[in-house]
Design a protein around this ligand. Structure first.
Ligand code: PLP
Length: 415
């Protein structure tokens, strides 16, 4: 077995890190090692500057005029294009609006409308739950439509796809294990069966390079409050490939999707292209926070990001196994870095308590039922030294059974 890296090696890795300057663009509280940017990204001075400008100048002084003069009306499309660069989407195919859950609803309906002679939605039993709940909701309003789930109706997603399948809703990176799907290969299999695909990018947008256009994907959705750092509850995005723009039909046909919103016509006429996936007025303050966050992303080289992400997750796995392995922590994420997102999961019978003990000591990850400790690695503000220090704290908690204190067993609503 090769020798585990020591502190000197880790300091060298930080010194040679081409992304290290980005850390100063985020606000990270003293004494915190933040390994939960895959759930809620941190704040930044850039975000606060946008919020202040939008509230104090554009809203307070500009009032209603700011919809035109401050570019508010077009902001969902403008920010969509900027996210497009990060997910491999050429301009005009991505818009920021609503939540991921709502966008899944729109995308599923749009896909079903494009495949009227088919009535099956295929998804993953191990999907992030909202995807499944929304698919159930769509099926309930779409007579004759049924759901087939990987892990329940068959072991592999591929075996569920046939000539009845209208659409496959699939997570690019699994939220629990961090497993990364091969987007190009799976999309091409789905197309070969005559079906369409919706990629959920919640755990890959801003985590690794994505190439929606290159994979010839049909639709995609994703969050902006996780790796993209848009702020709590910042709006989600939705992508529809140009090839489908003529035929987009989605039932949330609000006035922002209309071809002429201010003509105040009495019936709906869908607007051009991706605009048709909007519904109603968007929270502008939240969008402006996202704009500030994306100003940082405009400067990021996604290949360098991926390289560091793999190095961080490899290092964490190596150190946890070497130092904490005897305490019964089990790796739930693949060792194959090519098939791994930017997160690492370890399971343990007392995962909840251990995570609470970690959080009390400033190492913030999260717990996912029933037994997973999840750690997100965000290359823009996480150093190799952070990884080292986090593992030292974990080791101390396990070596001393500190997690056995009853206060760590108390459950909060959000884990
Ligand atoms: C976080 C997450 C969501 C969240 O959906 P919201 O509607 O924004 O709450 C959806 N899908 C996946 C895969 C996620 O990880």
């Amino acid at each position: 077995m090769s020798k585990t890296k020591d502190l000197a090696a880790i300091e060298n890795m930080d010194a040679a890190d081409p992304l290290r300057a980005f850390r100063s663009r985020f606000i990270l509280p003293e004494g915190v090692i933040y390994l939960d940017g895959n759930s809620l990204g941190p704040a930044s001075p850039a975000v606060f500057a946008e919020l202040e400008k939008a509230a104090k100048e554009e809203w307070a002084n500009g009032l209603i005029r700011s919809w035109n003069t401050a570019g508010w009306f077009n902001l969902p499309l403008e920010l969509g294009d900027r996210i497009g660069r990060l997910v491999g989407a050429a301009k005009g195919q991505t818009v920021v609006a609503d939540t991921t859950s709502i966008n899944i609803y729109k995308a599923l309906h749009a896909a079903l409308a494009l495949r009227p002679d088919r009535n099956v939605i295929v998804a993953e039993g191990g999907s992030f739950p909202t995807d499944l709940y929304m698919a159930e909701g769509v099926a309930s309003t779409h007579p004759g439509t049924s759901l087939r789930l990987e892990g329940i109706d068959a072991a592999n997603l591929e075996d569920l796809i046939d000539d009845k399948t209208a659409v496959v809703l699939v997570n690019h990176v699994n939220y629990k294990t961090g497993a990364l799907r091969d987007m190009a290969a799976l999309t091409s299999k789905i197309h070969a069966a005559g079906a369409l695909v919706i990629w959920d990018l919640c755990h890959s947008a801003g985590a690794l390079p994505v190439d929606l256009d290159g994979a010839e994907a049909d639709f995609a959705v994703g969050c902006t409050y996780k790796y993209l750092n848009g702020g709590p509850g910042s709006q989600a995005f939705i992508y529809a490939a140009h090839k489908h723009h003529g035929g987009i039909v989605q039932p949330l046909s609000g006035w922002w999707a209309h071809a002429r919103p201010f003509a105040m016509e009495h019936s709906f006429a869908g607007g051009e292209g991706i605009r048709r996936f909007q519904c109603g007025t968007q929270p502008m303050l939240s969008l402006r926070a996202l704009k500030g966050a994306l100003d940082i992303w405009d400067d990021v080289d996604m290949q360098a990001l991926r390289k560091k992400s793999i190095a961080l997750t490899d290092l964490f796995i190596e150190l946890v196994e070497a130092r904490c392995g005897k305490h019964g922590v089990v790796l739930e994420t693949t060792r194959d870095s090519e098939r791994r997102g930017s997160q690492v999961a370890f399971s343990h019978a007392n995962a909840y308590e251990i995570m609470q003990a970690l959080i009390e000591r400033g190492v913030i990850g999260d717990f996912r039922a029933p037994s997973i400790m999840r750690f997100g690695f965000t290359p823009l503000y996480t150093s190799y030294r952070d990884v080292w220090n986090a593992v030292e704290v974990l080791k101390d908690i396990l070596d001393n059974s500190a997690w056995k204190n009853p206060r760590f067993a108390v459950r909060s609503a959000v884990t």
